[in-house]
Design a binder for this molecule. Structure first.
Ligand code: ASP
Length: 331
């Protein structure tokens, strides 16, 4: 006799919901963030089992479109979708018809023909994900648009801090380096302040956007200010976004001497984070990157959990209880 597998009600894939996007941290309330972090935590427990795949998004289609280089974000979104049993299609800028001059809008319309449930998109231009949201019926997740937003990075950073430090509310985080070109900085300032942390930006005046204090953070041009923080968050020098010929810093060597995060500039017990990819020996000393207080590898693991939580959250109705997330297994 055929082997019949029965699924209980709560184990059925979630039913279709209205379109919801994650384009910016500004789309989220404190409750939303707490719900997403709780869902990520429950997925962490599910990944401890030998059988890591959940049937939660079986029958759903998730398209990953990366028009800018990515290692951590693209691989974790792809694995997150697979761990939730969704079908995935991955498109990269190079090697796709974008190389042949197809516009972003036409590429989106082409992929929309497959009726994807979610499109995850990274684009070098600000507003790429918004354009996608206007031109498809899919839920859109912004995986980084120019120097504007990278909301899932900020969520994984919050998750890492909450799990490793134990709290976000009342914490003091110093974000150091090239703030001017950093979507990670913008998303993190919003996310950290939303959750009650205090943020100090530290870096050369030439890499500090004018008026950034308006986002509710302090600004310092003195690297010694990082010693006062509980967490030091180091940003990459984004050379690919720097205008040709513009001298933001006299030289990389000079930048490292004045702004590099070295063991000598840290206090014992301070946690260090970096979104990757790191320029070892430029913005971060290798001894700091490899130190036990560094949370950099933990951030990568958190990326998978948080991206599973985001995909799950977008495709289910209303608040997602931790219980619901842990129960979605084949009986
Ligand atoms: N990986 C992060 C981003 O895509 C940080 C970086 O590239 O420096 O924004």
């Amino acid at each position: 006799m055929a082997d019949i597998r029965v699924m209980r009600d709560v184990l059925l894939p979630p039913s279709p919901s209205e379109r919801r996007h994650l384009l910016s941290i500004a789309d989220l309330s404190r409750d939303d963030v707490q719900r997403l972090l709780a869902t990520a935590r429950s997925f962490a427990r599910s990944l401890e089992r030998e059988m890591k795949k959940l049937p939660t998004l079986r029958g759903r289609t998730i398209v990953n479109m990366f028009f800018e280089s990515s290692t951590r974000t693209s691989s974790s979104f792809e694995l997150a979708a697979k761990r939730l049993s969704a079908d995935t299609i991955s498109i990269k800028g190079s090697g796709s018809s974008v190389d042949k001059g197809e516009s972003l809008k036409d590429t989106i319309l082409t992929l929309a023909a497959y009726d994807p449930d979610v499109i995850v998109i990274r684009h070098p231009q600000i507003g790429g994900p918004q354009l996608a949201a206007r031109n498809t019926a899919a839920h859109i997740v912004n995986a980084g648009d120019g120097k504007h937003q990278h909301p899932t990075q900020a969520l994984l950073d919050l998750f890492t801090i909450q799990e490793e430090v134990g709290k976000i509310d009342g914490l003091h985080v110093a974000i150091v380096g090239d703030v001017l070109h950093s979507r990670v900085a913008r998303s993190n300032i919003q996310a950290l302040t939303l959750m009650g942390a205090r943020v100090t930006l530290v870096g050369p005046p030439s890499l500090m956007p004018r008026g950034i204090e308006g986002m509710g953070c302090d600004v310092s041009t003195d690297i010694r200010s990082i010693a006062a923080a509980d967490v030091v968050y180091v940003l990459r020098m984004q050379r690919e976004r720097m205008l040709e010929g513009a001298n933001y810093v006299p030289s990389l060597r000079e930048y490292t001497a004045r702004w590099g995060v070295t063991p000598e500039r840290l206090r014992p017990g301070q946690k260090v984070m970096h979104p990757g990819p790191m320029n070892r020996g430029v913005e971060i000393d290798p001894r700091v990157a490899d130190h036990p207080e560094s949370l950099i590898e933990i951030q990568v693991r958190a990326g998978l959990l948080v991206r599973m939580a985001v995909l799950y959250d977008l495709l289910t109705h209303g608040p997602v209880g931790v219980q619901t997330a842990t129960l979605t297994e084949v009986a």
